[in-house]
Design a protein around this ligand. Structure first.
Ligand code: GRF
Length: 206
């Protein structure tokens, strides 16, 4: 009589939160059977917090100050996520590399979006790296998070063309549109129980 309860998402943010918004919109439209149970920001002024509040999603400002070690910061993050019974952690523009403390607490249950076709152009300024290299195509990658910089198993990728006269802003905007679709699609697959990880490979059930 009762369906499966919605998957409980914890979303980590640092910035404007357009990816967060895209996820909120798809949950509200019924496309993704999930609930965002908390949004955690390491920046007190992140606009993502305003977006969350507009949708009555509980927010936690969890700043770096006071934590001398990355692992103790992560241990505190794990505690917040556990206190909300989170099933899947979403890094939606969260500008920190995770330690083993977070990665081991949520094995194959932390997703990140990166604005390039990994393994090309990991790290910061991925769009500018792509422009400087002169590639014709870039895109975005949703992957599970491990302790490296953008190195975890790849779930989905979307290719985006690079135009000859692109600026970093223009390419970023084009990639970001793809990010919103791709992230939502990956979350939906997880929520539907269609994702399995074998070594480095992510197997998606048909
Ligand atoms: C996105 O471009 C994402 O690829 C990168 O950070 C940006 C976050 O944007 N990891 P937003 O905060 O979701 O608007």
């Amino acid at each position: 009589m009762y369906g499966k309860p919605p998957c409980r998402l914890g979303v980590l943010v640092s910035g404007s939160g357009t990816n967060l918004q895209a996820i909120i919109d798809r949950i509200e439209s019924g496309e993704i059977h999930a609930e965002i149970v908390c949004v955690i920001s390491n920046k007190a002024d992140a606009y993502a917090l305003t977006r969350a509040a507009q949708h009555r999603i509980p927010v936690v400002v969890h700043e770096n100050a006071g934590f001398t070690e990355r692992r103790s910061y992560d241990a505190a993050t794990v505690e917040i996520l556990r206190s909300h019974n989170v099933d899947l952690v979403i890094m939606a523009g969260f500008m920190r590399i995770l330690t083993d403390v977070m990665v081991n607490a949520f094995p194959h249950a932390i997703m990140n979006i990166h604005p390039a076709l990994l393994p090309s152009f990991p790290g910061l300024h991925a769009q500018q790296q792509a422009l400087d290299y002169g590639v014709r195509y870039s895109g975005c990658t949703v992957h599970f998070v491990d302790c490296g910089t953008d190195t975890g198993p790849i779930i989905l990728q979307t290719v985006v063309p690079v135009e000859q006269d692109d600026t970093e802003e223009a390419l970023s905007a084009r990639i970001q549109k793809a990010e919103h679709q791709t992230f939502a699609a990956a979350i939906k697959l997880f929520v539907q129980g269609k994702i399995r990880v074998v070594g480095r490979k992510v197997i998606i059930a048909k």
